[in-house]
Design a protein around this ligand. Sequence first.
Ligand code: URA
Length: 431
Amino acid sequence: MRAVDIIIKKRDKKELTGEEIRFFIDGISNESIPDYQTSALAMAILLNGMTPRETTDLTLAMADSGETLDLQDVVDIAVDKHSTGGVGDKTSIAVLPIVAACGLPVGKMSGHGLGFSGGTLDKLESIPGYRVDLTTEEFLEQLKSIGIVLSGQTKDLAPADGKLYALRDVTGTVQSIPLIASSVMSKKIAAGAHAIVLDVKVGQGAFMESLSEARELAGLMVQIGQLAGRDVVALLSDMNQPLGNAVGNALEVIEAIETLSGNGPNDFREHCIHVAAHMLVLGKQASDPEEGRQLAERAISAGRAIEKLRTLVEAQGGDVAYVDNPEKFPKAKYIEVVETPESGYLEQVQARIIGEAAVALGAGRAKKGDPVDHAVGFAVHHKVGDRVEKGQPLFTVHANDESLLSEARQAVLDAHRWTDAPVPALPLFYD
Ligand code: URA
């Protein structure tokens, strides 16, 4: 078999066999297939799609490309979550401590940023010392001892996805239902949790812009998870505007800390409680989502959730002084508040544009392996449906390079649209 023939077959819209898919994934893992051929296949898949059977084969081949864990070796029931990626999506940093504070062990392997969407690892790395490179042994040991782990995908876990993910980020091949479904589910299956909550983002700040595409992606992932014997729930959540206010690595960690401390923006807090509630139901800590909500709310108000974040940060080598005093996070050199230019009702706060503008400021990567700037990004101060008055603060830009400031300001200003007539707020979840 030759990689080039498999690329040509997919380019010509033909269905790949399970054998061909395994051959390619093995080649990615053992590096006998170079990045340019992997990128070409990713583009052919993005353009021509895959059948559910091909996607399932791709998922299982990637899950088998490295070690597979069974978390039931260390805890009775472990629940995992995964978001398909959005703007301002710092959910894992808040949800994991909430769920763990309710007594349900959570061990999650997260990723770096992908395209315009931020990555949990980039965010966590803004806490000095925080290790995202735990070994499998360390991961399991920590899950057993403190019931919470938030680390990077170990090199041995679904390594084919790790390589493909980094290439997709920089080759315009993220937005593909089979590639996203197989990427998410290969990691989840290999990471060994038995119950998984999938947060499938929908809107112009998500990889799936329409509800029908998001539903298709969600259905496919649930189906693949069930096939692998996992209990899976998928939530369809809005990503037309940023989640919460902060977009940018350290800014988002600060917002997660505020939320766990009982403050934070309402939409983000609500979103986290809803995701946590479903995880608590799957983990058999709550009999229904309403009871799950109550447990989650209590964990925050009693201070147990923020305490769990401290425990997590400490266990992974991070400086807990940053959790106790978020003022310590590095600040950008230029912090500029931009005022609302005209009064009216906000009808759009376009998440994609804001995510791309944050990447342009340095919050994300242009090339594989680029460093990220943890301090830069934006705080948006209003949500769709808000009445805003001329002269009110609309958003704040945090930049380290003066030459990028005016472009960033203009882009985010253009991402806001007004109208004279009242506009309904966007829902947090569609289903
Ligand atoms: N999250 C992933 O892990 N993979 C994707 O492809 C998209 C979001």
